[in-house]
Structure formats: C-alpha cells, structure tokens
Design a protein around this ligand. Structure first.
Ligand SMILES: [Zn+2]
Length: 256
C-alpha cells in the first residue's frame, strides 16, 4: 500500500471505531451518573421498553434507517445519540490528522473519549461524575508522561492552574459552575500543561458565549436557565490541544 491509501485505511478504521465507541460512550454518559451498570441490561427504548436488537444498534445508520424513531412504538429517539456517535467518529479522524499514526494519537483519542462522555452526562444531568474523571486520570497521565514534549512539572502546574482558576470562578460567580467543572478542568489542565490550559479556558468562554448566545436568541433556552459548562470546557480543551500552539504563535506575531 502507498502512504496515501494506508492513511485512508487507518482513517476509515478510526472513524468506524469512533462510531462504535461513541455509541458505548453515550451509554456510559447516561448510566454512570445514575450508578447503573454500563454493560447490563442492553439499551432499550425508554418509552415501550423494547430492547434494541443488534440491527438497531448500528451507530448513526440505524437512527437514519428508522427516521429517528423506536422500531417498536415509533417514539422519537433523542438526536443526541447519533450526534455523539458521529462526533466521536469525526474527532477520531481529526486527531489522526493532527498526529498521524504516532504515540501522540493515544492522548488525543483519550481526550476525545472523555469529552464525549462528559458532554452526554452534563447535558443530561448537569453533572460530571467523579468516577468518569478517576477512570481517565491514570490513562491520561500515562499517555501524557510517555508522549509529551513538555516536562512533567509543566503538566502538574497546568492541572494546578486549571483547578485553581475554575475554583476561583465558582467562588466568585456563586453558582452556574460547580465542583464537577473544577475537577474536570484540573484533569484537562494536566493534559494540556502551561500555557495551553489558559488558552483552553478562553476558548471555552468564547464557545459558551457564541453557542449560549445563539441558543438564547433562537429561544432554545431562557435567560436565567443554568447551562452545563462541562461541554464548553471540553471544546476549549480540544481546540487548545489541536491548535493551541499555532494560535499562540499567530498571536505573538501580531505584536512583533
Ligand atoms: Zn419504543
């Protein structure tokens, strides 16, 4: 195989892997906060209880094939499911595009996986489960220590800075954000290190302003309605992870 077809083959493999894992991440994000098993029982329709047989579990495609409805009772299935699957698949390809088939790929795939599960849990329950963060702590710390070009103390400071800044925001704002966000951003700070953790926070606030503003303008949310911030922290971290160094270099050239 030439380099190009090899790349396409790995990319296609990672996309399908992302769709399948994304389907599992949905289940984890929905069940972990309620203390339910993530493997048993198999997914079923929330309305009629019909268990989703294998052919209904093909990510994204089964949703399209059934027009987004349960095959048993035709109840609408949340578009969040195929969205989570598709997002995981696309972001797996994105990470591969950033790193190629190198060890740096591992950190990116873990970061995407954590982000999807946090987003599902936080959107559904306004909650980021401790278990989820603990589950990712060891693999992310290992991946970072094995592949990062920065010294370990930089990542430790990133974790400290991320946690401290968010804790300050929680104290000052008095609500809106919670301790789950503080813990999440401590973990994201560990992955990003300095100075990217600060850029991630700026991007998270930008994303929150743009997306929150759009939802407000279109009447999808009310003015005083609390909005989960975990998904925005994840978006900010992913953006900083993928493009942070380039953004900082571009920003510096503005002043040179
Ligand atoms: Zn049903």
């Amino acid at each position: 195989m030439t380099g190009m077809t090899m790349d396409a083959a790995v990319g296609a493999y990672l996309f399908v892997l992302g769709l399948v894992l994304g389907s599992f991440y949905n289940v984890v994000g929905l069940r972990l906060p309620r203390g339910e098993s993530v493997v048993y029982p198999p997914s079923s329709c929330g309305s009629c209880g019909m268990s989703l047989r294998a052919r209904h579990l093909v990510p994204v495609f089964s949703y399209i094939a059934t027009c987004g409805r349960c095959a048993g009772c035709r109840t609408k299935i949340s578009p969040l499911y195929p969205a989570g699957e598709l997002a995981t698949g696309l972001m797996f390809i994105w990470v591969y595009g950033l790193h190629g088939y190198t060890e740096g790929l591992l950190t990116g795939l873990l970061l995407v996986s954590l982000s999807v599960m946090v987003t599902v849990a936080d959107l559904k329950y306004m909650l980021i489960p401790n278990k989820l963060l603990l589950l990712f702590l060891a693999p992310l710390a290992a991946a970072v220590s094995l592949t990062s070009e920065l010294p370990i103390w930089n990542h430790a400071l990133g974790a400290l800075a991320g946690g401290a800044v968010l804790l300050l925001i929680v104290i000052v704002s008095g609500g809106g954000m919670g301790m789950g966000d503080v813990k999440l951003f401590t973990l994201l700070g560990l992955v990003l290190g300095l100075p990217l953790v600060f850029l991630a926070l700026i991007m998270a606030c930008l994303a929150g302003t743009v997306i929150g503003g759009a939802l407000l303008l279109t009447g999808r949310i009310q003015r005083k309605q609390p909005v989960p911030f975990g998904p925005f922290l994840a978006i900010g971290a992913l953006a900083a992870y993928g493009y942070g160094t380039a953004i900082i270099e571009w920003y510096i050239t503005l002043f040179m």
